[in-house]
Design a protein around this ligand. Sequence first.
Ligand SMILES: C=CC1=C(C)c2cc3[nH]c(cc4nc(cc5[nH]c(cc1n2)c(C)c5CCC(=O)O)C(CCC(=O)O)=C4C)c(C)c3C=C
Ligand SMILES: [Fe+2]
Ligand SMILES: [Fe+2]
Length: 342
Amino acid sequence: MRTAVVLFNLGGPDRPEAIKPFRVNLFSDKAIIRAPWFIRVWLSRLIAASSAKAAYENYQLMGGKSPLLELTEKQGRALEAQLGAEYRCFIAMRYWHPFARETVQEVKAWAPDRVLLLPLYPQFSSTTTGSSLADWREAAAWVGLMAPVTTLCCWYDDPAYIAATAAMVREAIEDAMAQQPGLRLRVLFSAHGLPESIVRAGDPYQAEVEASCEAVMAHLADTGVEGQVCYQSRATPQKWLEPSTIDAITQAGKDKVGVVVVPIAFVSDHIETLVELDIENRHVAEEAGVPVYARARVANDDPDFIRALAGIVRRAAEPGLCRGGTACGAHKDCPWEKTIAP
Ligand SMILES: C=CC1=C(C)c2cc3[nH]c(cc4nc(cc5[nH]c(cc1n2)c(C)c5CCC(=O)O)C(CCC(=O)O)=C4C)c(C)c3C=C
Ligand SMILES: [Fe+2]
Ligand SMILES: [Fe+2]
């Protein structure tokens, strides 16, 4: 059975001139800025402009573009190799090319027997998975893509994903321990932040992040390290989830513990790992007197992670599992149904 697997991520600018329109697209999304459209149009430009210079400088540190698409393409190729000839992976980004409206045409032309939607966000948020799925649904209706669809709305607790993540964290712990043997270590699970109001409105992201972190920590009990969840990348003036990663690093400095930062909500490198965690927050750690600062690598095309994704795909293709938009058997209380599906 020909199966199209659509991989979703946020997207990123592919050249310096794309930074501004990419960020305007992001801040114009009603799932991100929850205001009536006429306020949102104005606000999106205001917020995008107010942080434009810093964003431009940060993208310059990565050669003026985001590596996210190339890394997602690699993940897609590795996943196809795992799944076999009947499967083909496609990519749909939310705020820059390839947009869902472009990818849906490619999927239709390939004429699959079924379509599986796989957001590359382990934890569900209405701002990421929810927004991408709604965007896809609109694009698919527009071109009349009729093949049956299965949606995999969240896989924050998938045992193979958790084991693959724990192995990457263990590597970073060993690296930190080798730098200063005997040093007390704290694992900082740094998830992308969200405005608190979005969580209060029913977004399950924080609960799913905490569950992922707890499951990873259960694999690391033998190391004796402590764990803490914190939130990075605040991008609007509202109150966001706390503690911030910067506050957690500063506290680690006061406590004289080494830190291992784990970007738990990302499965690919991009500006928020390569610049925010590796450059800006490393500097914060130095200033705060943190004795050792290590960062766990993100999955990218790590073979164990790709095998975990392949397992999720195979199970998702079975009947009775998560089908966003109709019924979900994968989660008793499917967030896709609750927060986004009409
Ligand atoms: C209100 C603003 C934002 C929310 C809410 C948000 C949620 C969110 N984002 C990711 C993952 C990524 N974010 C990326 C970039 C990015 N995100 C925001 C703002 C919000 N994100 C901005 C302004 C940007 C652009 C970067 C910048 O200008 O500083 C990216 C891609 C980065 C790249 O390489 O280009 C990812 C991936 C998650 C997981 C999440 C909530 C759960
Ligand atoms: Fe973001
Ligand atoms: Fe579900």
